[in-house]
Write a protein of this length. Structure first.
Ligand SMILES: Nc1ncnc2c1ncn2[C@@H]1O[C@H](COP(=O)(O)OP(=O)(O)OP(=O)(O)O)[C@@H](O)[C@H]1O
Length: 746
């Protein structure tokens, strides 16, 4: 590698040449931008040029590219040699490409990992050939400091007959390794230089189809979902706008954590929200005045704080799971049918045409059939409107054929009179079609036990339905909604009135999707054009399993009926060291989860996790204090002290705040991720990563699925170091089988 590389001279010269071209470009752009203009179009052009200039000055000049691909095209045997960078750079005089953008079609060769039989897509065309060389560069301040040849290794590897695992485990991509080992401030960053082929497939997946990605902790799900946005906006700017992209994330703090990488990827104006914040805004106008939505954290206390009533837990679990289920969706659809069948009489529509004494009529059954079948796909209220239009047409048809038969001519005035009469008759007739109030409908369905038992799918036991109904009624009595009511209300709005199309997104990313319910994902689908969605998550990290998704089949089979989602899995983990992942995987082994594959860490070693046994709380706080100081001394910037519950976080903060400078206590109301040393409950660490994690009281996590998932989430957050603490004499049930050689005792 590096400066010893046989092509070092040639590549260094090429880089110098490229930088010289970029310097010319910079001079030219500066001149062009400085030309004052009143012309609006020119102002827009200048604005874009200013952005290009900023990129060239800030990044492009020092590190114009990170990779090179030599591609020999089939048939014509023409060799394309392209240098790939974070942004494409084009000479403005000749329009020659100096550097190819990583999102451009040909750049996919750099990521796909194929050597022979490689191809890339240019619109509908497939360009085939052979990747002769795939080369990575480490460049610092305009100098090459490392050259790594990827495809060559792959070829050697294949020709030596090594199995694929060898490539992944023994022959690890040196360039990736160098990147992962770089000092890390633990915020999310772009990975355009080291995107792996299975990640690349997801980033470049079909646009108008939902994709579901099950990926182990640290497999890059969040990162690649954001890279996919960047890819989409680059390739489909005619039909998509980044302003109409939405990223749904698990909490507000996570949003600030990802926001730094968005400008890097050129998608800084995407919308970002938690599901609850977004959906609550839509649901508020449907709620009666004075009603409130309770905090989403309430159930967490019930499920994770000690000494909670078990029956209360069971009822809550039944209620929350039902409200997020496809069974609830079905019950709502049945409710509309029930209203139609039981409340609309579907009488005959008839009236007497005085002038000729003719009676016109349409039979009730015909009207019923139209309403249920012909217009069945429309929201209820739109069906009523469509029926009115249809009845009017029918009556008009009958009148005109009658008039033709009788050879009667109707003048303008006569026609207007007939129209008016018809409107009045339709007004009267349609009074028997009740106008459905969304909120009242929901209340009737969810809080009336017998009705819900009748309309919910038979597979749901009556006992569960009764729990759902009685506990929901009690909440509604207090004029309270819970976050789990929001998705059903929006779904009801969809089937009663239809959703507002103006609000629709061009693409949505649903991160940590396992913690949303199937119905919540379905509602997001309704708000997304052509179901263009990237849904990523990890069932093993489903800490809100009392309401979340248990198996991806709930999404891949149950929601998107027109076009089933494409399903991908990622098993390679990039965040934590091998030593940390080995310990975390032991926790998952304790529980039996469907669809769970254990994370395979990339070949990056670090120190073994440490288990601290403290004899008193005072000793524990002292130990943590000195560990934090030592970690800071080593240069680690983000250190999280993670507790099982919010209460425990408060206690730890109180005990440590005086002796650890700038120690921040984080709760779910916090919007900012401050970095530095933080104390927070495990559930809030979702999606985040830290240089080091100190996990308090591992013995408090019980041997059950929920606690195991919570502990797994917390253990998979550190990039470099993991410290676990427990009181001397205590046993951590989830770590009981952890082999002694996997950690260090302290
Ligand atoms: N191809 C890659 N090259 C370099 N770093 C990578 C790559 N893929 C992922 N990473 C790094 O791995 C870390 C984890 O990524 P990310 O947070 O996106 O994973 P995740 O699957 O969303 O994790 P989790 O589910 O545990 O929250 C990040 O630091 C990211 O930069």
């Amino acid at each position: 590698m590096s400066t010893q590389h046989r092509d070092y001279e040639a590549e260094q010269n090429k880089l110098k040449e490229t930088i010289a071209l970029i310097d010319d470009e910079i001079v030219q752009l500066r001149e062009e931008i400085n030309e004052a203009t009143d012309d609006y179009v020119k102002q827009v052009v200048n604005y874009n040029k200013a952005k290009d200039l900023r990129y060239l000055e800030d990044h492009g000049r020092d590190k114009p590219y990170f990779g090179r691909v030599d591609f020999l095209k089939d048939e014509i045997y023409e060799l394309d040699q392209v240098y790939i960078g974070k942004r494409g750079i084009v000479r403005s005089d000749t329009f020659d490409s100096i550097v190819v953008d990583w999102r451009a079609p040909i750049a996919s060769l750099y990521y796909s990992g194929e050597s022979k039989d490689a191809f890339y897509r240019m619109g509908r065309e497939i360009v085939r050939g052979e990747v002769r060389l795939k080369r990575n560069f480490a460049i610092e301040d305009g100098e090459i400091v490392g050259i790594y040849d990827g495809a060559v290794k792959e070829t050697i590897n294949r020709e030596m007959g090594h199995p694929d695992e060898f490539l992944q485990e023994g022959f690890i991509d040196e360039f990736l390794n160098a990147n992962l080992n770089m000092a890390n401030d633990s915020r999310l960053k772009d990975i355009v230089a080291t995107i792996q082929s299975e990640q690349n497939e997801i980033i470049r997946a079909e646009k108008d189809r939902p994709i579901v990605v099950q990926g182990v902790a640290g497999s890059g799900k969040t990162t690649i979902a954001l890279h996919r946005l960047s890819y989409l906006i680059y390739n489909y700017q005619d039909t998509m706008m980044s302003k109409k992209f939405m990223v749904f994330a698990p909490n507000r703090m996570f949003l600030t954590y990802i926001s730094e990488v968005l400008p890097e990827l050129g998608v800084d104006d995407v919308q970002q929200s938690t599901f609850v914040d977004w959906a609550a805004r839509l649901v508020k106008p449907l709620m009666p005045k004075g009603w409130r939505i309770v905090s989403p954290d309430k159930p967490l206390q019930l499920f994770f704080e000690e000494g909670q009533d078990q029956r209360e837990q069971e009822i809550t679990r039944n209620r929350l799971r039902f409200k997020g289920s496809l069974a609830c969706k079905e019950a709502m659809e049945q409710y509309i049918r029930y209203v139609i069948e039981t409340r609309i009489p579907f009488k005959k529509l008839s009236f007497l045409y005085n002038k000729t004494k003719q009676v016109f009529s349409i039979p009730g059954e015909t009207i019923r059939q139209f309403f249920l079948e012909q217009f069945g796909a429309l929201p209820y209220q739109r069906r009523v409107d469509a029926l009115r239009k249809h009845l009017k047409q029918e009556m008009n048809k009958q009148l005109f054929s009658h008039l033709r038969e009788r050879k009667v001519d109707l003048d303008k005035q006569g026609l207007a009179k007939f129209e008016k009469m018809l409107e009045q008759i339709l007004d009267t007739y349609l009074v028997s079609f009740p106008r459905l109030d969304i909120f009242a409908a929901y209340r009737e369905l969810i809080a009336e036990e017998e009705l819900l038992c009748k309309l919910a799918p038979a597979a749901i036991p009556d006992k569960v339905i009764r729990d759902v109904s009685t506990s929901s009624a009690a909440l509604l009595e207090q004029e309270r909604l819970e976050p789990e009511d929001i998705a059903p209300l929006l779904y009801l709005q969809h089937i009663i009135e239809g959703m507002n199309k103006a609000e629709h997104f061009d693409h949505t990313v649903v991160d940590e999707a396992q913690d949303l319910s199937a119905l919540e994902v379905a509602v997001i689908g309704l708000a997304t054009k052509r179901n263009s969605m990237t849904i990523v998550g990890d069932i093993a990290q489903g800490i809100h399993s009392y309401r979340g998704i248990h198996a991806w089949e709930e999404l891949t089979q149950g929601i998107f009926e027109q076009l089933r989602p494409a399903y991908y899995t990622l098993a390679q983990s990039y965040r934590s060291t091998i030593e940390i992942m080995q310990c975390a995987n032991e926790v998952l082994r304790q529980i039996d989860l469907p669809e769970t594959v254990l994370a395979k860490p990339v070949l990056r070693h670090g120190e073994k996790p440490v288990m601290v046994h403290a004899h008193s709380r005072a000793e524990l706080w002292d130990d943590i204090r000195s560990r934090v100081a030592a970690l800071q001394q080593e240069g680690f910037q983000t250190i999280a002290i993670v507790t099982k519950t919010i209460l425990a976080s408060k206690k730890a903060h109180k005990a440590l705040a005086e002796s650890i400078a700038d120690l921040t206590l984080l709760g779910s109301k916090d919007n900012q991720f401050p970095g530095g040393v933080t104390v927070m409950p495990a559930y809030l660490t979702k999606g985040l990563q830290f240089d080091a994690v100190i996990l308090l009281d591992v013995a408090s996590y019980q041997n059950n699925e929920w606690d195991a998932k919570l502990l797994y989430v917390a253990m998979t957050r550190p990039v470099h170091r993991l410290v676990m603490t427990q009181m001397a004499g205590e046993e951590a049930p989830l770590l009981a089988n952890l082999a002694q050689e996997l950690y260090t005792q302290a």
